[in-house]
Write a new protein. Structure first.
Length: 232
């Protein structure tokens, strides 16, 4: 066959991740050796056609399939941040694919697709993790009796009590965290403000404290908390 136009689309695969705003999830989807051999025997072309989208092409929609089996694709993250933001998928019985944890380093999941009854479009949906947000406020100069208050501009986040702590290598610092976990997103619409409470009122120290990055894990609660360090 000399022209790609003479092939028909068997089905497409798309990976969708709720963390990313533009849908560009940094993963590769690579066929296993057995699946590549199957493609060669049946004249199937597998290619990437856009961000997180792959297509399988055949010379005929009446594919002379072998005995019932499964296609296997290795899902390989392209950066380390992926591991910090991605929730482990929950097994569902009604999906057209199975995500199976890979035992190979650097290959996160195996995507298993039974090829005897494949739908034309398969969407693999990945969820973002929920984390507590922790803020460590570090004074640049030692100040006695400092009282701080933190808030989200529209009160969409609830914070616990501000506590004074001893921070390694720094000394006196303050710690506060959210009462509930927040979903990690590439772009957050929250604005966190910090005030110093004085006898004559409040003084705004920051109108927009940076939010914690997904890979900035808490030193005391690394499993479920991410941290921002902010100097005043």
């Amino acid at each position: 066959m000399n022209s790609i136009e003479k092939y028909d689309i068997w089905f497409t695969i798309r990976v969708v991740h709720e963390y990313y705003d533009n849908g560009n999830c940094p993963v590769a989807l690579t066929p296993s050796r057995e699946t590549i051999s199957f493609f060669r025997r049946n004249g199937i072309i597998y290619k990437m056609t856009g961000n997180n989208k792959w297509v399988l092409l055949t010379q005929s929609k009446d594919i002379a399939l072998e005995t019932a089996g499964t296609l296997c694709f290795e899902m390989i993250p392209q950066n380390n941040t992926f591991y910090y933001i991605t929730e482990l998928p929950q097994k569902k019985n009604d999906e057209d694919y199975i995500l199976e944890k890979s035992l190979t380093v650097g290959k996160w999941m195996n995507v298993l697709i039974p090829f005897d009854n494949v739908k034309e479009e398969i969407d693999i949906e990945l969820g973002a993790k929920f984390k507590y947000w922790e803020f460590i406020i570090i004074p640049r100069y030692t100040t006695n009796n400092v009282i701080l208050r933190i808030e989200e501009k529209r009160n969409r986040i609830t914070f616990g009590d501000m506590e004074e702590i001893s921070f390694p290598g720094v000394g006196k610092a303050f710690r506060v965290s959210t009462v509930e976990k927040n979903k990690i997103k590439e772009t957050q619409g929250y604005v966190v403000r910090l005030y110093e409470i004085r006898s004559n009122g409040e003084r705004l120290l920051s109108g927009n404290i940076p939010l914690p990055r997904p890979d900035e894990v808490s030193m005391t609660q690394p499993e479920d908390t991410v941290t921002t360090y902010f100097y005043i």
